[in-house]
Design a binder for this molecule. Structure first.
Ligand code: ATR
Length: 273
């Protein structure tokens, strides 16, 4: 019998996880299927019973279920617990195990380009779910973190979380400042730019050797990334984070390395990246 996986969320039609994982299954000859299952938040409890009854071996979790799914799981990893969100579930002997591979996936996407975060000055723009996953992953890696957010209090709370995990983080308002010249890595985690909007901060004075990342991959280049690129900075969009968070799920599900190249190829065709 084929192994069964899925992505659950609402909306879920635009998720690229099915194409990515199916390309991976094909590449390594894995007998597995991957479905897209729309699960409105209020139906989560019932749908989890159905997923178990239908013998799903695991699933990915997307908006708006990443936090909501936690009470239904039998155990979650320390990272997922710190982040307060789960993006990957593995079914083992009928128990549901929750992981969060978003932050680690991002770190791996940096490593794959030869960028190590240890000891680096890292500025995170935004303090939502994605920022949280990345900040928690950075906390244990000796990075010097600065979190800037429109709602300053959320930045303060996230910096507190980093400190409680033994990391170093400051916080502030989302505005221009000395961080521009000091940062060695800038990570844009807000939703600004998804609809072609310009970014509220001008990047004048940006450290020319800083790596600039935007978690958005549709469009492939936001106005934010385009501006950083125009200064000659190295840039990366969020496609690699998507790939590497998916690849980490393979480690939990199958205990093998995912075929990154084939998975990227499938996504490149769809997204034009
Ligand atoms: P995600 O899980 O994708 O990170 P989220 O948890 O809803 O999404 O977080 C969205 C982030 O984008 C937040 O940091 C939000 O700032 P606030 O905490 O102040 O809401 C930020 N954001 C969204 N739209 C923004 C805008 N127009 N200007 C500044 N920040 C914005």
């Amino acid at each position: 019998m084929s192994l069964k996986y899925a992505v659950i969320g609402d909306p879920v039609e635009k998720s690229l996880s099915p194409e990515m994982h199916k390309a991976g299954f094909r590449a390594v000859g894995l007998d597995a299927v991957y479905h897209r299952i729309q699960v409105p938040a209020e139906e989560l409890a019932q749908k989890i019973i159905t997923l178990k009854k239908d013998h799903y071996d695991g699933w990915n979790v997307t908006y708006p279920l990443k936090e909501r799914i936690i009470p239904f799981l039998n155990r979650i990893t320390p990272a997922a617990s710190s982040i307060g969100a789960v993006n990957t579930v593995k079914v083992t002997d009928d128990a549901l195990e929750g992981h969060n591979t978003d932050g680690e996936g991002f770190i791996e996407s940096l490593s794959a380009r030869g960028f190590s975060v240890a000891g680096k000055k890292v500025t995170i723009l935004g303090a939502g779910g994605a920022a949280k996953a990345i900040a928690v992953a950075l906390a244990g890696r000796q990075a010097e973190i600065l979190i800037l957010n429109r709602t300053e209090d959320k930045a303060r709370q996230l910096a507190g979380k980093v400190s409680s995990l033994g990391g170093t983080a400051g916080w502030g308002k989302l505005e221009a400042g000395s961080w521009l010249e000091n940062s060695e890595l800038v990570i844009q985690t807000t939703s600004i730019g998804m609809r072609g909007e310009s970014f509220p901060i001008k990047l004048q004075g940006l450290n020319p050797s800083a790596l600039v990342a935007d978690l958005i991959y549709r469009p492939a280049e936001t106005a934010f990334l385009a501006e950083a690129g125009s200064f000659g900075n190295k840039t990366m969009n969020g496609l690699d984070m998507l790939i590497y968070q998916g690849a980490l799920a393979w480690k939990y599900w199958f205990g093998i390395s995912a075929p990154i190249l084939e998975m990227r190829k499938a996504l490149s065709v769809i997204t034009g990246n």
